[in-house]
Design a protein around this ligand. Structure first.
Ligand SMILES: [Zn+2]
Ligand SMILES: [Zn+2]
Ligand SMILES: [Zn+2]
Ligand SMILES: [Zn+2]
Ligand SMILES: [Zn+2]
Ligand SMILES: [Zn+2]
Ligand SMILES: [Zn+2]
Length: 1872
């Protein structure tokens, strides 16, 4: 054997293979394998592994073997297995199971157009279902997968026999290894188990798996063969013969390991099921692997191996069986795991693959009792958490009730989740559900589990002390109810929708009521509940409610539960409703915020369908079946308002304070109205419900599509999107395109608002109230409603509109008795009392009133169908005895029933009112303080405003739940709600104060009573005593009321009917007695109804409408009303004083007004700030306010620019030597110019391997090349003067045009340094600050030069134009000489410090890219370098100004660039700073241009050795212009400036003609040379034709026209050159110079630039503007004459021309090639563009998420693409060690000089990096609803929004990122 081991592996393998084929050699192979897989040696020997590979391959190379095996892959499914963070797709259209998921390749391989699909990031891992018809429809299969793709391939017999023999041995060895490490587990804790040593062997198994179907069957045979397993284990197979002892020891380990796992406690009927039986000895390798997987908490690599083989059907079957066998153990291990979430997701990763398949699921249910196992497992898990129930029952009785403890780790960690998820999964299969419902033991087990959740997390109201710490168990409780109870409930619900399954529902209802009864008994809460204890969790009752609703409304079952049973049930939901009311009016404050959060969660959209909606239905069912008087009284007593519903106004507020009592009454009435009008479970169709929810959401706020879909109440676990969603949305809402309105925030998203008709007909205040989380949401809906009604519908009333309650709809016939609620004496009595109080006091709030009116209206809408027997009413009624108030339950007769007197129990008024007033006062004070502090924070940025971007990024890196694959409802949403809640607390407090205020303003009741007495007594004296019976007792009444109230009597005389009260109420609202007239007595139609029949209004409108209705319905009442009316129409002498002032409504209004005034004041301050900050938010800086301001300011300063206002000290003063003033300015490095291109089209971002971005013609490369060419041939100083650097990495300077004293700035910075609360600024290092006025970022002050001689440029500019060019040119030369000779010193008035600070900053900003880029021009000597930088800065800023303007002639772009423009000032400062040597250098070219003798070529030839001066015709005229202007003494006169421009135009023009002549074909050129000669002397005005001919003739003797290289030939334009062509080409060539010159003139002299729409007039307009040629009138002179007419020469034109051409030819002779390439240099650049993006985001995403980072060469986990150059980098490089590396900085510096724009691939949003700051900007990709999808959470297709991209490009070109983007944060760690 030893010799065999040493021989060649391939040979040996081949030999063994042939022998085995002849059925020999098995022995030898086994012996060899005994050595290779020796159980005693370590596993990580690569030699041994190679042996395995070689043996399996059987003599061929392993790779070749693998290839041929893969050829026989006949799998019809994809089966790709992935782990977390994998991007997969889910298509709801194609999926059968909701868990369906497919890989990207399969998704893109099929057509899912118009399907409901989304992309998601897998959290728990998964596998591709493509090809599996059990999980998805075949339409969604890709072209490679599906049953029809089954290849009928026969694997050749000689391919796999070796694998067959070797694989089981490899598996066995791996199993032995697992046993071994278990034995050593004391050293390795189970959780930190790592496969380190076994990894290679496991890797081999994975490799084999990846070979496809053929090899998979070899493996699955080995894994599932029980005999093989037995033989190997028992040593009977002939292998490991030398290790028999090791093997049997190892088996012992397996035995002992059994005890590690616990088995769930099992009921009798499950006995014998292996899942709950101990021990469970593995029968095959797959079972043993699974066994160890459980023990080691599912190591990922073992899990994926087991899953990879699932496409093999027989394996899938065996594996599922084994998994079910182990299920109980797995479930139990969840409770003890130390990492339950990790374990959970791995378990689900497996189980979801198995149980999504209906066939398998039902098979397992039938054979292995899968449902039982799941339920028993869950029960055992939950039982661990039980504790005593603390519900207070009857004192002293024995109780035996336990409840889940939500603080237990099983609950807190959601350990039960995998089991629940599996249960929900199998319950989605119809056949499985059938098994469930038809097995009574299962249903009962399930309801027993639900009982454990009953009243968990019990809350007890704190009455005295504030809770010390807020318990957090509630979130565990809510997620438990939703996940464990509601999710399976909805799964079951799906199957109980029609009569065919009525027996299901019946079974469940029976089990529920049985369990409920037991539970009520055990908890001893059959009769009543403690009023201070409440739990939100009653899942068992909710099951009962849901299935009761299904049974009676959908399945035709007649169920009428026992009344006592319902009475017990009703307590629970009613208590919760009362609790919600109590919480919202602040009765639970001592319990802390958590109780509020509970209430919000209870009603929140993700929970409401499973909680509050079902509770309301349960109450509706009770209302329909119970005695209405009982029900209504129970509601009032639960809300603790019975005491308020008495005539005793002075009752002691034993339970509630007055304001709270009123709020509680409102809640109670709201509940009644809600119960009456809600149809959610009363037979409304899904579509009606969806529409209702949509309308409610839209009414509260305009909302985006995604928020709408997200906030439609969700039936947990079911797909919530319905097919009718889009059509319904289109019916009720208008879509607003993101581009339709440009809001102040700039980047609007697409959103929806309700259609006008919705407000008029569908707005349902009750449903909005039910769905709003905060009162302010309801208020918002009401405000929007009022606005709409007042504007659109033309409602013009001044009063606030009352909510327009919808007319009652009929409930489902089965529950039609619900309406009997309206017809009960208790409700009528309560309303009577409320109306009575409303008429006589102010204690009734408006909401209570409108709810009462609405209830009365409802009573009229549906008359009672059962009539209670009439009972006589006593003359004097006991207060509080509702049943005695009215004779029967009919509203129409009760309306007119007069109540005569009430006997009340009088108590002393309590002092609580006084206290309330006081405390409200304090509250208001506190509120004001808070408000003020908030404003302060906003104004001064004292508090961190919160950087959502930061949170997002953080979250991303933590791998937080962004893509929830398998339903993990709960905390995320919940937290949302909570955060919102905290924000709104101030708001809510405001509401409370609102109420308090009202009280505060109230006059004390006593004085009011006195007033009323006076008024009524005066009236009674005039009233005739023989008044009609209807008003018999009336006159005395008010007097009586007050007397009774305030004298110690027990009898209250009332003598009023409801009808009379309503009339009085109307009068009180109208402010005048007798305001109501019945329709029959009305003369004219009154206002109130709107065109189109829409009827809206305030209180008066609704009371009137009600009374009108009564008149129509009830003649008797009409008569009474007519009588009442007549009474008032009789002229009465002592008409009442209009007591309008004292009406409650008015007082409320007054109070509100006072309050509003207060807030308005605060709001105004805030608004001021916001308006200011709007300027900052506007992406393009075109905020109208700001613009006007700036323009006004600018206009003011133009005439006398010496006077500035300092933004710090407010002084208005000129800038002087001792107190210089400057502009607040920001200086930043820029790379924008480098990205200009000579190609006009934008480049495209590549989205496939074969695309590339070319850099030809890009500014930075072109200029770099030209610079290098020049440096190679000419004198360095000459080159410096003829070129500018900073095309890349120059410095851009902008200013907000606010001024500041240099000294004030210094002290401002100093104060900022001390203030540590400016985290956004780099004060310490970079001197950053915010403009004190406009808050723009700035980092230096650009000093304004004082004008000592008092010669402002406007004066200088006024000099005449008449002097000859030569004279002025001489003057310029003289000026230059003066400047050189030191008289510049006279301008040295700016303090030295300011100068050096500016220089220092300028150089530092410049140094940044230089070090990275390497500029051979710079590091010569310091002063030279400084001058190069200064000149280049001028050039860069002028060119950038041009870039931003896009075109010079457009007036609109002017204002925006002017706003930040400071180029004029900058040029002056630069000129001041420029060194003397520069001036000298500038003088030289001037003489070359103005004096013939100076031109070297014309005079004596220079010595060939010395470096040359650049020929005039190769110089860059723009550079020369800037050199000259900077070298001149400032202020420069306009005449001199024009002279310089004129002088420079001549050589430029000759340059143009030279270039054009070079581009002509030979023949054309010759023709032009000839034609020019003839017309040479015809005119003394210069003309193009002769000049061109002269130029051609000059060059024709040289080699210039030889086109020897390809590029030169390409430059030649073969078309015919007409005169017009030449003229156009010449103009084009000159334009770049003219534009810069014009801009300079504009900035230096504030000359308005010419404006014109026609681009082809640009040349003409500019030469006019620059005074090169003044045409009589623009556009008239033939254009072809223009370019030559602008020429000005100091001497003889042809002499100069000859000299310049000679100069060039000298160089041509020396170096023809360079000369020609320099001459042909194209000066025309197009503005820089961002890369063009593909329309569809998916193209970008799919390509770039797989690309490698250009610096670290890894596939980034946060990839980002540079939108300027297309480079891919790691965005969170700081963590992966990439970003900080010098190579990435290379991109960040080289591409954008410190400013880069990235597209964040994983998020789709744009990220801007500016130095050390980073900002998450918006996304340029929007979904089809115009919304962003940051982090791709929804995963829907995204499309490019070109307009947004344009905005981004604009921001980039104009360097406005700092200014226009918000939420900057530091991205480099050292700043934290
Ligand atoms: Zn599809
Ligand atoms: Zn796939
Ligand atoms: Zn596929
Ligand atoms: Zn100042
Ligand atoms: Zn400013
Ligand atoms: Zn990287
Ligand atoms: Zn780039």
């Amino acid at each position: 054997m030893a010799t065999l081991m040493k021989s060649d592996k391939r040979k040996v393998s081949a030999q063994l293979k042939t022998e085995i084929a002849r059925n020999m050699g098995h022995q030898q192979l086994n012996e060899l394998l005994d050595v290779v897989l020796n159980p005693r040696t370590s596993l990580d020997s690569s030699e041994n592994l190679d042996w395995c590979r070689s043996l399996i391959a059987g003599g061929v190379a392993f790779e070749d073997f693998a290839k041929s095996v893969r050829h026989y892959d006949n799998a019809s499914t994809c089966g790709l297995v992935w782990t977390s963070n994998f991007v997969a797709y889910r298509c709801r259209t194609c999926g059968i199971s909701p868990c369906m998921s497919i890989c990207a390749d399969c998704f893109h391989g099929a057509d899912h157009t118009d399907h409901d699909f989304n992309m998601f990031r897998s959290q728990a891992g998964g596998a591709c279902d493509c090809g599996d018809p059990n999980v998805m429809r075949s339409a969604g299969f890709c072209s490679l997968h599906g049953p029809d793709k089954l290849k009928n391939l026969t694997v050749p017999a000689d391919l796999l026999p070796m694998a067959d023999a070797v694989v089981p041995r490899v598996v066995f060895r791996f199993v032995l290894y697992l046993r071994d490490i278990f034995e050593k587990r004391s050293e390795i804790p189970a959780v930190r188990f790592s496969l380190s040593e076994g990894e290679p062997l496991l890797g081999l198994l994975h490799e084999l798996c990846n070979m496809g179907g053929a090899m998979r069957s070899v493996m699955t045979r080995a894994l599932t063969d029980q005999q093989l397993y037995k033989d190997l284990n028992e040593g009977s197979s002939g292998c490991y013969s030398q290790f028999k002892r090791d093997i049997s020891q190892s088996r012992e380990i397996l035995n002992s390991a059994q005890s590690i796992l616990t088995v769930p406690e099992s009921p009798k009927f499950l006995r014998g099921n292996p899942a709950v039986t101990y021990p469970l000895m593995p029968l095959s390798f797959v079972e043993e692997l699974l066994f160890w997987a459980v023990i080691f908490e599912f190591p990922e690599k073992i899990v994926t191996l087991l899953l990879k083989m699932l496409p093999d059907n027989s394996y899938k079957d065996t594996f599922t069986r084994s998994f079910v066998k182990f299920y109980g153990r797995i479930a139990m291990s969840l409770a003890t795991s130390t990492q339950p979430d990790k374990l959970s997701s791995r378990v689900v990763h497996i189980s979801v693959q198995l149980f999504s398949n209906e066939e398998l699921a039902i098979q397992m249910t039938e054979e292995l009792q899968l449902i039982h196992i799941l339920i028993v497992s869950l029960q055992c898990l939950l039982k661990r958490t039980l504790m005593d129930n603390h519900l207070k029952g009857t004192p002293g009785t024995h109780r035996n009730c336990q409840v889940i403890n939500c603080d237990h780790q099983v609950m807190r960690q959601h350990c039960y989740w995998p089991v629940i998820s599996d249960l929900s999964n199998i319950l989605s299969h119809r056949s499985v559900v059938n098994k469930f419902f038809t097995d009574p033991s299962l249903v009962k087990m399930w309801t027993n589990i639900l009982a454990m959740f009953m009243c968990m997390n019990l809350n007890e109201r704190e009455l005295h002390n504030h809770v010390e710490f807020e318990p957090l168990a509630y979130s565990a409780a809510f997620s438990a109810e939703i996940e464990a109870c509601a999710a399976p409930m909805w799964q079951l619900y799906v199957h109980c929708k029609d009569e065919s399954t009525a027996h299901y529902t019946e079974a469940l209802l029976n089990a529920c009521s049985e369990t409920i009864t037991d539970w009520l008994e055990a908890a001893d809460v059959y009769k009543s509940l403690d009023p201070y204890q409440v739990s939100f969790h009653i899942p068992l009752l909710r099951y009962y409610a849901l299935f009761l609703s299904q049974a009676v409304t959908k399945q035709g079952l007649a169920i009428s539960p026992q009344k006592d049973f319902l009475k017990s049930l009703m307590n629970f939901p009613l208590q919760i409703q009362a609790l919600v009311g109590e919480i919202s009016c602040g009765l639970w404050v001592r319990n802390g915020f958590q109780i509020k959060r509970q209430a919000i969660t209870y009603m929140q959209c993700h929970f409401c369908a499973s909680m509050i909606d079902l509770d309301l239905f349960l109450l509706q069912a009770c209302a329909a079946h119970l005695d209405p008087d009982y029900f209504v009284e129970k509601v009032f007593s639960s809300f603790k308002v019975l005491e308020m519903l008495t005539f005793n106004q002075s009752h002691s507020h034993s339970q509630l304070e007055l304001d709270k009592e009123s709020a509680m009454l409102e809640s109670a009435l709201t509940l009644l109205v809600t119960l009456l009008s809600t149809r959610t479970h009363l037979g409304a169709t899904e579509e009606e419900l969806l529409r209702q929810e949509m309308v409610a959401l839209l009414c509260m706020h305009d909302t985006t599509h995604s928020r709408l879909t997200d906030q439609i109440p969700e039936k947990t676990g079911l797909f919530s999107t319905s097919e009718s969603f889009e059509p319904l949305l289109a019916e009720v809402a208008d879509y607003h395109d993101p581009l339709s309105e440009r809001s102040s925030r700039g980047l609007q998203q697409g959103h929806y608002s309700p259609k006008p008709s919705v407000w008029e007909t569908e707005f349902d205040p009750i449903h909005v109230l039910l769905r709003c989380m905060q009162k302010k949401d309801f208020q918002s809906a009401m405000d929007r409603y009022s606005t709409h009604m007042k504007q659109t519908a033309g409602h013009s009333g001044n009063s606030d509109l009352w909510p327009p309650f919808q007319p009652l709809k009929q409930p489902h016939p089965a529950l039609k008795t619900l309406h009997q609620l309206l017809h009960c004496k208790t409700l009528h009595g309560a309303i009577f009392i409320i109306l009575h109080k409303a008429v006589n006091s102010k204690s009734i709030s408006e909401p209570v009133l409108y709810l009462c009116i609405a209830l009365l209206d409802m009573m009229l809408q549906c008359p009672a169908d059962t009539i209670a027997s009439k009972t006589p009413t006593p003359a004097v009624i006991q207060d509080g005895n509702f049943s005695a108030m009215f004779p029967d339950n009919l509203i129409l007769s009760n309306l007119g029933h007069r109540i005569h007197a009430v006997e009340i129990v009088y108590e002393k008024p309590s002092s609580s009112r006084q206290r309330t007033v006081h405390s409200t006062d304090q509250l208001l004070q506190q509120l004001l303080e808070e408000e003020v502090s908030i404003i302060h924070q906003n104004l001064f940025g004292l508090a961190p405003m919160g950087f959502p971007g930061a949170a997002e990024l953080e979250g991303m890196e933590e791998g937080e739940e962004m893509y929830v694959e398998i339903d993990g409802i709960g905390e995320e949403e919940e937290i949302d709600g909570i955060e919102e809640d905290e924000d709104e607390d101030v708001e809510e407090m405001e509401m409370e104060v609102g109420l308090g205020e009202e009280l505060y303003v109230d006059t004390p009741a006593t004085s009011e009573g006195a007033m009323a007495t006076e008024a009524s007594s005066s009236r009674s004296s005039v009233e005739p005593s023989t008044s009609p019976s209807a008003s018999a007792g009336r006159p005395r009444k008010p007097a009586k009321v007050s007397t009774v109230l305030w004298t110690p009597s027990k009898m209250l005389t009332i003598n009023l009917s409801m009808l009379e009260l309503l009339v009085k109420l109307h009068a009180k609202m109208a402010g005048k007695e007798g305001s109501y007239t019945p329709p029959s007595m009305r003369r004219d139609t009154e206002a109130g109804s709107l065109p189109g029949g829409v009827q809206v209004g305030g209180g008066m409108f609704y009371v009137k409408r009600l009374l009108d209705k009564i008149c129509r319905m009830h003649p008797e009442s009409q008569k009474q009303l007519e009588d009442l009316c007549r009474l008032h129409q009789q002229p009465t002498a002592g008409t009442e004083q209009p007591d309008a002032q004292s009406t409650a409504a008015d007082r409320r209004k007054k109070a509100r007004e006072a309050q509003q005034k207060l807030f308005a004041k605060l709001a105004a301050e805030q608004k001021k700030f916001i308006e200011k900050s709007l300027e900052t938010e506007d992406p393009l800086g075109e905020s109208p306010i700001a613009d006007e301001e700036v323009q006004a300011a600018a206009a003011e300063k133009v005439p006398d620019r010496e006077i500035f206002e300092c933004v710090i000290c407010g002084q208005t003063a000129p800038s002087t030597g001792d107190k210089p003033i400057g502009m607040v300015a920001l200086m930043q490095a820029t790379g924008v110019l480098g990205h200009r291109s000579q190609v006009s089209e934008a480049k495209t971002l590549p989205t496939s391997e074969n695309e590339m971005i070319s850099t030809t013609g890009r500014g930075k490369e072109v200029n770099q090349q030209r610079k290098l060419d020049l440096l190679n041939h000419f004198d360095k100083s000459s080159v410096q003067m003829s070129i500018n650097v900073g095309w890349h990495g120059g410095v851009h300077i902008q200013s907000c045009r606010h001024y500041i004293h240099l000294s004030c700035h210094e002290s401002y910075i100093k104060s900022l340094r001390q203030d540590y609360q400016t985290p956004q600024l780099q004060v310490r290092e970079k001197g950053e600050y915010e403009c004190p006025l406009c808050r723009q970022l700035a980092n230096f002050v650009l000093p304004c030069l004082p004008f000592t001689e008092g010669c402002s440029p406007s004066v200088a500019a006024a000099s005449s134009d008449s002097r000859s060019h030569a004279v002025v040119a001489a003057e310029v030369a003289e000026k230059l000489r003066l400047s050189r000779e030191g008289s510049r010193e006279s301008l040295k008035d700016i303090t030295l410090a300011a100068k050096s600070v500016f220089l220092f900053r300028l150089l530092r900003e410049n140094r940044l890219p230089k070090s990275a880029y390497g500029d051979p021009l710079l590091p010569v000597d310091h002063s030279e370098m400084v001058d190069v930088v200064l000149r280049s800065t001028a050039r860069v800023n002028l060119e950038l100004d041009l870039v931003v303007r896009e075109t010079l002639l457009q007036p609109s772009s002017q204002s925006s660039s002017n706003k930040r423009g400071c180029i004029g000032t900058l040029l002056e400062v630069l000129s001041l700073l420029i060194g003397k040597s520069s001036v000298t250098l500038a003088t030289k070219p001037w003489s070359m241009l103005t004096e013939l003798k100076q031109i070297s070529g014309a005079s004596e030839p220079r010595s060939s050795g010395s470096p040359d001066e650049i020929p005039v015709l190769l110089k860059d005229p723009v550079a020369t212009l800037i050199n000259l202007v900077l070298a001149m003494q400032h202020p420069i006169s306009k005449e001199h400036f024009s002279c310089i421009v004129r002088t420079l135009y001549a050589p430029l023009y000759i340059q143009a003609l030279s270039v054009i002549s070079c581009r002509m074909p030979d023949t054309e050129r010759r023709a032009w040379a000839e034609s020019g000669k003839t017309c040479q002397a015809q005119s003394n005005e210069l003309q193009m034709q002769p000049l061109l001919s002269q130029v051609i003739n000059m060059y024709s003797n040289s080699t210039l026209y030889d086109d020897t290289d390809l590029l030169e030939r390409l430059a030649i334009c073969q078309s015919v050159w007409t005169l017009q062509c030449i003229e156009t080409a010449a103009q084009e060539y000159c334009l770049p110079f003219l534009r810069i010159a014009a801009l300079m003139q504009h900035h230096l002299f504030r000359d308005e630039l010419p404006t014109c729409q026609k681009q082809d007039l640009e040349f003409e307009l500019l030469v006019n503007y620059l005074r090169l040629y003044t045409a009589p009138s623009v556009g008239e002179t033939p254009a072809d004459l223009y370019s030559a007419r602008c020429l000005h020469f100091v001497g003889n034109p042809s002499e100069f021309m000859k000299a310049w051409c000679q100069d060039l030819l000298t160089f041509v002779r020396k170096n023809r090639k360079t000369a020609k390439s320099l001459l042909l240099h194209n000066p025309i650049f197009y503005p820089p563009r961002l890369l063009q993006l593909p329309k569809n985001y998916d193209a970008v995403f799919q390509y770039y998420r797989e690309q490698r980072c250009q610096s670290c060469l890894q596939v980034p986990n946060r990839p980002a693409v540079c939108l300027v150059c297309g480079a891919l980098i790691c965005l969170n490089g700081a963590r992966s060690g990439c970003q900080r590396s010098s190579i990435t900085e290379q991109h960040y510096l080289s591409c954008g000089a410190g400013t880069v724009i990235y597209l964040d691939i994983n998020s789709s949003s744009v990220v801007i990096v500016r130095g050390e700051r980073i900002c998450h900007w918006a996304s340029v990709y929007l979904d089809r609803h115009g919304e962003e999808d940051r982090e791709l959470k929804r995963g829907k297709p995204l499309f490019l929004c070109l307009q947004r991209y344009k905005v981004l490009e604009q921001l980039w070109r104009s360097h406005s990122f700092n200014h226009c983007c918000k939420n900057w944060m530091w991205h480099l760690t050292h700043h934290h």
